[in-house]
Write a protein that binds this ligand. Structure first.
Ligand SMILES: NC(=O)c1ccc[n+]([C@@H]2O[C@H](COP(=O)([O-])OP(=O)(O)OC[C@H]3O[C@@H](n4cnc5c(N)ncnc54)[C@H](OP(=O)(O)O)[C@@H]3O)[C@@H](O)[C@H]2O)c1
Length: 239
């Protein structure tokens, strides 16, 4: 369905990607897939992955983030893909929200993404590159105690649409990936979840798509579906 790396016209010099939160979970798998596809992958990690091309930074600290991106940009001569993957999951009922935790979650899940996009756009424009925003079903399916997660993931839909309008004239394509359950913890073999590697392959294909295609949004669900706790019309009893 998607172009593979060997169908891409521009393979030299080495293409470069930047991935946030790549020390574990889906981000680690995305970084590995992009590297496997021949890209040089830079990571912005709070805790180290051990990669020689990682910069340690806390995305909830704007000055740290800006300095980290500046360092990456000083060490690369091109940037072809940005994958914003890191997430701060803070769950609490609205009545109990701790505003410090709320602000941190909003900063990591939304503000840091806008800042990262803004700072990397000049290089992404130059390479006619792509941006992949990791969203979630939580951006369209809201739940109790999930406000900071749901609201920030919903906001990524707006960010994606605005970037598609503003940046396609400069050749930059943006995609929102909205997955359901991913087995992001090491050792999780749940058949009801997608593996990090499978999700990463979708991200890799988005990055490697032919340059005349912009995939606005992709929604991913685990292929297996267990019996629902509540089914049919009864689902409407607890909306
Ligand atoms: N897991 C799912 O079921 C699922 C479903 C739908 C969508 N998604 C989305 O897919 C993406 C990856 O999810 P995941 O479950 O694989 O993530 P994860 O395993 O929970 O890992 C989260 C990543 O974000 C990093 N991070 C969190 N706060 C940070 C901060 N302040 N500064 C820098 N890095 C920070 C973490 O770093 P540390 O190791 O330092 O904490 C870690 O690398 C997320 O955008 C998530 O919303 C996940």
């Amino acid at each position: 369905m998607y172009a593979r790396v060997d169908e891409q016209p521009d393979r030299s010099p080495e293409r470069v990607a930047l991935v946030t939160g790549a020390n574990r979970g889906t981000g680690r798998a995305i970084a590995a897939e992009l590297a496997e596809a021949g890209m040089q992958v830079w990571e912005l990690n709070r805790n180290p992955s051990g990669s020689p091309t990682e910069i340690i930074c806390d995305l909830s600290e704007p000055a740290e983030l800006s300095a980290a991106i500046t360092e990456v940009l000083q060490r690369v001569d091109r940037l072809d893909a940005l994958v914003t993957n890191a997430v701060d999951r803070y769950f609490a009922p609205v009545a109990d929200i701790d505003m410090q935790r709320w602000n941190a979650a909003l900063t990591v899940n939304l503000t840091s993404i806008v800042a990262t996009v803004q700072q990397t756009l000049p290089l992404l424009r130059r390479s006619q590159g792509s941006i992949v925003l990791m969203g979630s079903h939580a951006g369209t399916r809201f739940f109790e105690s999930g406000l900071s997660y749901c609201a920030t993931k919903a906001a990524l839909k707006a960010l994606c649409e605005v970037l598609l309008l503003e940046e396609r004239p400069y050749g930059v394509r943006t995609s929102l990936v909205s997955p359901g359950a991913i087995a992001n913890e090491d050792g999780d073999r749940s058949p009801m979840k997608m593996s990090t590697v499978s999700v990463a392959k979708v991200v890799r294909d988005l990055v490697l798509n032919p340059s005349d295609v912009a995939v606005g949004e992709i929604e991913l669900r685990p292929a297996s579906l267990g019996p629902p706790v509540v089914a049919g019309l009864d689902r409407l009893q607890s909306v």
